[in-house]
Design a protein around this ligand. Sequence first.
Ligand code: ATP
Length: 213
Amino acid sequence: MIGILGGTFDPIHYGHLRPAQDAARQLGLTELRLVPAATPPHRRRPVAHAAQRLRMVELAVAEFPGLAVDDREIRRGGLSYTVPTLESVRAEIGTTPLCLLLGTDAFRDIESWHRWSRLPELAHLVVLGRPGFPAPDAADLPVWARKRLVAGPGELRTRSAGGLLFLEVEPHDVSATRIRAAIARGETPPAEWLPASVLDYIRRNGIYRSEAA
Ligand code: ATP
């Protein structure tokens, strides 16, 4: 079973990496691919360039066996909708089970994504707990989501797509916004927030120094 975690990664941080690694272990993934967006459709323009965000993800995953980088959205360019990304991965992997990982904050808005109803046809949806964004109660889920709920990772391995799983992962309360704001204030973000290699790259390239926090 393969996993995909998309994001702006502006910059990548341990709030992506630790929950991703924990989820990969719990799900028994053979590989978890981090997919940096070229232009994210639902948010303001990233501060770092696509090539810089890609490089930071490459540096970060070097410390995390089992995590890999997939640059297809950056190669494709333009608005990075998830459905065409999953379609192109699916074309490569055939019927291998595929999980789309996303945080509880992202799941809350999923019905606003481009062609969102196609997502569960292409992958399982695995929603990772994120501090400050509680998972919804099953009773509050829309019908499409409720009928896709599975009891655990084992069920996801039995088919290629279509399940929905809420997964409790090692919580790590950090966001890219907080990191950018700290750097813009001239502070050094704590070592628990992001890998030293990524922070060093940010420094050497003078990224985020002027972002209005
Ligand atoms: P920003 O602060 O710029 O909004 P972000 O830290 O939320 O960025 P993204 O690149 O937008 O990072 O996130 C990519 C994916 O990772 C999303 O699905 C998001 O829900 C998830 N994610 C980000 N931070 C965490 C975290 N601390 N815990 C769990 N999931 C997270």
